[in-house]
Design a protein around this ligand. Structure first.
Ligand code: ATP
Ligand code: MG
Length: 211
């Protein structure tokens, strides 16, 4: 499917939305690959406030997830982190994320980056019809999920094969809870952040910074 025709002079900005609980190398490789292939000037990571799909489980406080994302992206000059979702009250919907970024970034061309699992769910999103006007969507391969744009508008979606990293935040949390290492699954600074704040250790009352 089509890559949007480049408009000279317009900034090309990737948007990597996620819960990032915690951020891991699968997220970073996805952002890096899309930035390279689509010639992006910048990728903005946007940690969710309260993710509406994840109401069934306790998500780590937004401030911890935001700070881990800052730590993970700090060394890359073209990676930034936005607080738009963290600071917006109520559940996070991607249509609101894209509208806020549009307002903040002026006439930049937005490329919303999503793994194969999340791409399948777009049609169930709030105001799904509107999101196609706000960004071009790039679906990337993810181990264990079939990458397909079935039912999605083909001119608005590109599919991209990226290096396969079978890493998930769920697995990282479970590993920490079991006392197993997450070295090399998440950036070193995130390993240290998790240890320092005793995240994911289990028990009913985990740390709640800012939520
Ligand atoms: P959880 O297990 O808590 O759902 P996750 O690993 O799926 O965490 P999310 O924060 O839910 O991470 O995902 C943010 C985005 O990154 C989604 O679009 C997701 O599909 C994508 N993504 C996550 N992990 C990978 C991976 N290993 N490869 C490619 N894309 C990924
Ligand atoms: Mg997920």
């Amino acid at each position: 499917s089509g890559v949007p025709v480049p408009s000279p002079g317009r900034r090309r900005v990737g948007v990597m939305g996620g819960t990032f609980d915690p951020v891991h190398h699968g997220h970073l490789v996805a952002a890096s690959e899309v930035a390279s292939v689509f010639d992006l000037d910048e990728v903005v990571f946007v940690p969710t406030g309260r993710p509406w799909q994840k109401d069934h489980r306790e998500v780590t406080g937004a401030e911890h997830r935001y700070l881990m994302t800052v730590v993970a992206t700090a060394s890359n000059p073209s990676f930034t982190v936005s607080r738009v979702d963290v600071d917006r009250p109520g559940p996070t919907y991607t249509v609101d994320t894209l509208r806020d970024l549009r307002r903040l970034l002026g006439d930049a061309q937005l490329f919303f980056i999503t793994g194969a699992d999340a791409l399948q769910q777009i049609l169930s999103w709030k105001d799904a019809d509107d999101v196609w006007e706000l960004a071009h969507f790039v679906g990337v391969t993810r181990p264990g999920h079939e990458l397909a744009a079935t039912g999605l508008p083909h001119e608005r979606v590109s599919l991209l094969e990226i290096p396969a990293l079978a890493i998930s935040s769920t697995d990282c949390r479970d590993r920490v809870a079991r006392g197993e290492p997450v070295w090399y699954l998440v950036p070193d600074g995130v390993v240290q952040y998790i240890a320092k704040h005793r995240l994911y250790r289990g028990g009913p009352l985990g740390p709640r910074l800012g939520d």
